[in-house]
Design a protein around this ligand. Structure first.
Ligand code: NAP
Length: 238
């Protein structure tokens, strides 16, 4: 018996980076997965890995900017598994530039993926969690949810919004049995975090570091709720 046996976990942004690491960590612990991103091939490759581990996996190529696609995602997940025990809102994008150079399209895209999709997926999974008195929503926020820097206006704004959503939701659900946790990492060695040839790349966090924290949050005993985890690479100033 592993800790997440029989749990159904939906992970957004599962195709690479932190989401991929979370998916594999949770599958190793016995969970069945619904994996979400736009890139079908990357999801299929990950799906094969999960099935080879003996776990169930529903591959759901979805553009989270589109509410209609989110509806289809939720419907098919419930059709296949009947419930979602854990929702990991991980998908996120970032554009960094002086504020005068950021565009309306970048604004819309960042807020749709980093915040609106989180709101819609939360609404989709919550009623059945509340009815069962059990469930966990993990939001992958950021140290940019609490600390700002030049050229980070819109990314920080979207991640501050996500942490605000997380805090209010945790309070709203405190007595329902549904737990809510934000994991706020500093720089992680992923595509988004900049996996280019940076001299300090080796000192960044890994997707696996973040996955382990998400795993620890959802496997705490039911009477304990961790609402926010902040993790820095030692090399990053904090
Ligand atoms: P990543 O490697 O770029 O992965 C992002 C994931 O999101 C991919 O699976 C991507 O898949 C998916 N995604 C992007 N746009 C999407 C859309 N419109 N619809 C569906 N899926 C979409 O980035 P990461 O570093 O792992 O980031 C994961 C989360 O961690 C994000 O929320 C990010 O803000 C947060 N975070 C990252 C860092 C860091 O330094 N890397 C630090 C703190 C917080 P497709 O492109 O195939 O859709």
């Amino acid at each position: 018996m592993t800790q997440l046996d029989d749990k159904i976990v939906l992970v957004t942004g599962a195709s690479r980076g932190i989401g991929r690491a979370i998916t594999l960590r949770f599958a190793r612990a016995g969970a069945d997965l619904v994996i979400v991103a736009r890139n079908r091939e990357e999801l299929q490759e990950l799906g094969s890995e999960i099935r080879a581990m003996g776990r169930g996996c529903l591959i759901m190529p979805t553009d989270l900017r589109d509410p209609a696609q989110i509806e289809v995602l939720a419907r098919q997940a419930f059709e296949q598994f009947g419930r979602i025990d854990i929702l990991i809102n991980n998908a996120g994008i970032g554009f960094w530039a002086p504020v005068t150079e950021l565009t309306l399209d970048q604004y819309d895209e960042m807020f749709c993926v980093n915040m609106r999709a989180v709101f819609l997926l939360t609404q989709a999974v919550l009623p059945q969690m509340i009815e069962r008195g059990n469930g966990h929503i993990v939001n992958i926020a950021s140290t940019s949810s609490r600390w700002t820097y030049p050229e980070g206006t819109l990314y920080c704004a979207s991640k501050f919004a996500l942490l605000g959503f997380n805090e209010a939701l945790a309070k709203e659900l405190r007595t329902t049995g549904v737990r809510v946790t934000a994991v706020c990492p500093g720089q992680v060695n992923t595509y988004l975090g900049g996996s280019g040839p940076q001299t300090w790349e080796k000192d960044m966090l890994s997707g696996e570091d973040v996955a382990e924290l998400a795993f620890q949050a959802v496997t705490l005993p039911p009477h304990a709720i961790v609402t926010e985890i902040v993790v820095w690479p030692r090399a990053e100033a904090f």
